[in-house]
Write a protein that binds this ligand. Structure first.
Ligand SMILES: Nc1ncnc2c1ncn2[C@@H]1O[C@H](COP(=O)(O)OP(=O)(O)OP(=O)(O)O)[C@@H](O)[C@H]1O
Length: 282
């Protein structure tokens, strides 16, 4: 399905779904709970003749202690939004604010500090260091940042992700699900303000996906962790408190606590594409 028809399909569905506007979310009494915010965010690639508008004046706020899923067709701007929010990519115009700090105007040194101290990452490909054990991988970001290691917190995180008996194993000696649980533990160990997860279950079978999503959700419920997760998988998105749908670089849906069926309904017109991507992911 083309990108314009995808957007139209999403808009057509919007009347059927509980919908909260971005201004409702970002305004009013919730202001103190905003962890990360995009204001009039635009990102274009290429020059005038071959310009791609990856993000088109996006306004969105992410609330502390919530898990948000970002969905949308391929090329709709999901990764670009997440990369701009995490300070991995520079917007063309507009602002990104994390914990009250303007990320979009930071220099490299400030960005490195921000990513070390405030932001956790989980990638589809796990991104573990192959020569280090699970324990060493989990502790690596804290050691690089020269931050003290809270052993009680480490033990809690290790037990929650069920890695106690695997701490001395290297990534190659672990299953995909176990490797992703190491990556989750690594992300949460530093207690970041927000964890950005890019297709965290994209390389996992359905059993391992459920384990990883269960752990992520648990970290939101029990420790107030804030998570923003890009996913093509409606099942994964149904674990989230909120689902944002992007099309052509704009947010076309903002759903609070949607059920799996409601998420499927949003993509009913482009079900083949979602189903295909889900199949590839599993
Ligand atoms: N470095 C780049 N140079 C040029 N165009 C780019 C670049 N990165 C992204 N784009 C374009 O920006 C648009 C948004 O890309 P983005 O990767 O954010 O989409 P996405 O929704 O994450 O897609 P997918 O689901 O396929 O990963 C696409 O049209 C893409 O081709």
């Amino acid at each position: 399905m083309g990108r314009h028809s995808a957007a139209a399909s999403a808009n057509n569905q919007s009347t059927k779904i509980r919908k909260t506007t971005v201004s409702n979310i970002s305004g009013g009494s919730n202001d103190s709970e905003i962890v990360a915010q995009a204001i009039d965010l635009t990102k274009t690639y290429g020059d005038k003749d071959a310009q791609v508008v990856a993000l088109d004046h996006v306004d969105v706020s992410f609330i502390r202690g919530q898990m948000t899923a970002i969905m949308g067709p391929s090329g709709s701007g999901k990764s670009t939004l997440m990369h701009c929010m995490a300070g991995l990519d520079q917007p063309t115009s507009g602002k990104v604010i994390v914990e009250g700090l303007e990320v979009s105007s930071m220099n490299q040194r400030q960005l490195t500090k921000l990513r070390r101290e405030q932001i956790g990452f989980i990638f589809q490909s796990f991104n573990l260091v192959p020569t280090l054990t699970a324990e060493e991988n989990i502790l690596l970001p804290l050691q690089i940042a020269k931050r003290p290691i809270d052993r009680a917190w480490f033990n809690k995180v290790v037990d929650v992700v069920g890695l106690r008996s695997r701490l001395t194993h290297r990534p190659s000696q672990l299953s995909g699900g176990q490797q992703q649980r190491v990556a989750c533990a690594r992300a949460i160990m530093a207690r970041p303000s927000v964890i950005f997860a890019d297709e965290p279950t994209g390389n996992l079978d359905s059993h391992s996906s459920r384990e990883v999503l269960g752990f992520l959700k648990n970290s939101v419920r029990e420790y107030g962790q804030t998570i923003v997760m890009v996913t093509h998988d409606p099942r994964a998105a149904s674990y989230a408190d909120r689902v944002l749908v992007l099309a052509d670089g704009r947010i076309t849906q903002d759903l609070q606590h949607p059920t799996y069926e409601e998420i499927l309904e949003v993509f009913a017109g482009e079900g083949d594409e979602v189903a295909d991507q889900q199949e590839v992911a599993q």
